[in-house]
Design a protein around this ligand. Structure first.
Ligand SMILES: [Zn+2]
Length: 120
């Protein structure tokens, strides 16, 4: 999980998962782990991104409302801006954490991937 937070390959901890803000390497440059294992595989990261964004918005909304930091329209605008900007920034971390979580429970390559890629 720490490797996930550092955007590094969860398998070897050496290769970078991303080569740009949104561009992912197909495989780990160091150990060859495939990052996008199957069609739709990376959709799981949306649960992480959405879940954290929703929890933060709720906590911040009530914190600011009852702390009388912001009210009404301004609070709504601030929370909306946060709910748009935060997931964009967190996108890479959500994917990286998803891949790390997956590596923990289903290490690459599993039996089927081994067969498909003719690994031993
Ligand atoms: Zn690696």
């Amino acid at each position: 999980m720490l490797r996930g937070l550092r955007l590094l390959c969860p398998r070897c901890g050496q290769g970078r998962i991303f080569r740009g803000w949104f561009a992912m390497n197909e495989r780990c440059p160091a150990c060859g782990r495939k990052f996008d294992r199957a069609p739709g595989y990376l959709l799981g990261s949306i649960y992480i991104n959405y879940g954290l964004t929703a929890m933060l918005v709720v906590a911040m909304y009530f914190g600011m409302y009852f702390g009388e930091v912001l009210e009404g329209q301004r609070l709504l605008i601030a929370m909306t801006a946060f709910a748009v900007v935060f997931p964009l920034w967190f996108f890479r971390y959500a994917r990286s954490l998803w891949i790390a979580f997956d590596e923990r429970w289903d290490p690459w390559p599993n039996e089927e991937e081994r067969r498909r890629e003719n690994l031993q």
